[in-house]
Design a protein around this ligand. Structure first.
Ligand code: 3PY
Ligand code: MG
Length: 249
């Protein structure tokens, strides 16, 4: 099966990415039915482990949303399990150097392009019986740039062969710049985001970002991002609960 995120990228269309940080497959199924182009299972900040991620990936793949996962760290073992479980793309946190990016890309590709080990139990169910022959080119690899070091090394990171692109972590980046995590409007952060978007356009790489509010997501759309994740499941639930309570108090 093709990866529809690649088609959207080729057509220069913005992809909207849902974010699962609660370890419940029904919630993931509900979210995935809402019309997102992709839904990400977050193993880094989601308070659950790999077993829960499997049923969440199953829930996402009952819909047309492309199942993605954010691994908890740059680990061959965990990344291989997530791909075996049917993730069609991996977002890797805290990629700070070219070496980090090379390690990440190797974990996502079978030899000779990498060192991924074979055993795609659900990969073949989601991706098709020919999974092995196309996995290296269908699975999307996004390295997170979310530190000053990562930002300084952005061009070297983005130049790694077989890395599809980056996913910007504005909260960690703001913290590393000495700002509050939600201070994305600070010029240091917006300048960084815009320079990464320009670099992506120059190098033909995919650029995604997390945006906790609708206002931020709209601004990121204006900046020309390829993918925006407009809030986590928890953020959506809280915002809507608070809005309804405020409307009725
Ligand atoms: C960040 O903003 O640091 C993130 O990792 C968002 O997912
Ligand atoms: Mg982060």
């Amino acid at each position: 099966r093709e990866n529809r995120l690649r088609t959207l990228f080729a057509d220069k269309k913005l992809a909207l990415n849902g974010w699962v940080s609660m370890g419940n497959s029904l919630l993931a199924e509900v979210l995935s039915h809402s019309g997102y182009d992709a839904v990400t299972v977050d193993l880094q900040h989601g308070l659950f482990s790999i077993e829960a991620a499997v049923s969440i990936l199953q829930a996402i793949s009952t819909t047309g949303a492309v199942p993605l996962a954010r691994c908890s760290e740059n680990s061959l073992g965990e990344i291989n399990k997530l791909l075996d479980a049917g993730a069609y793309g991996i977002i890797c946190p805290l990629v700070n150097t070219r070496e980090d990016a090379e390690q990440f890309v190797r974990a996502c590709h079978y030899s000779p392009r990498g060192g991924r080990s074979y055993g795609p139990a659900r990969g073949v169910l989601y991706g098709g019986a020919d999974y092995f022959t196309h996995a290296n080119r269908t699975v999307l690899t996004l390295a997170m740039i979310e530190t000053k070091l990562g930002l300084a090394n952005a061009e070297a990171i983005m130049s790694v062969p077989d890395l599809d692109g980056i996913f910007i972590g504005p909260a960690d980046l703001a913290i590393d710049m000495g700002l509050a995590p939600d201070n994305w409007k600070d010029k240091q952060v917006t300048d960084a985001i815009q320079s990464l978007v320009a670099l992506g356009a120059q190098l033909g790489k995919y650029i995604g970002i997390f945006a906790g509010t609708v206002e931020m997501a709209q601004r990121m759309k204006e900046y020309g991002l390829d993918m925006v994740a407009p809030g986590t499941d928890i953020q959506l639930l809280r915002a809507e609960a608070q809005a309804r309570i405020a409307a009725l108090r």
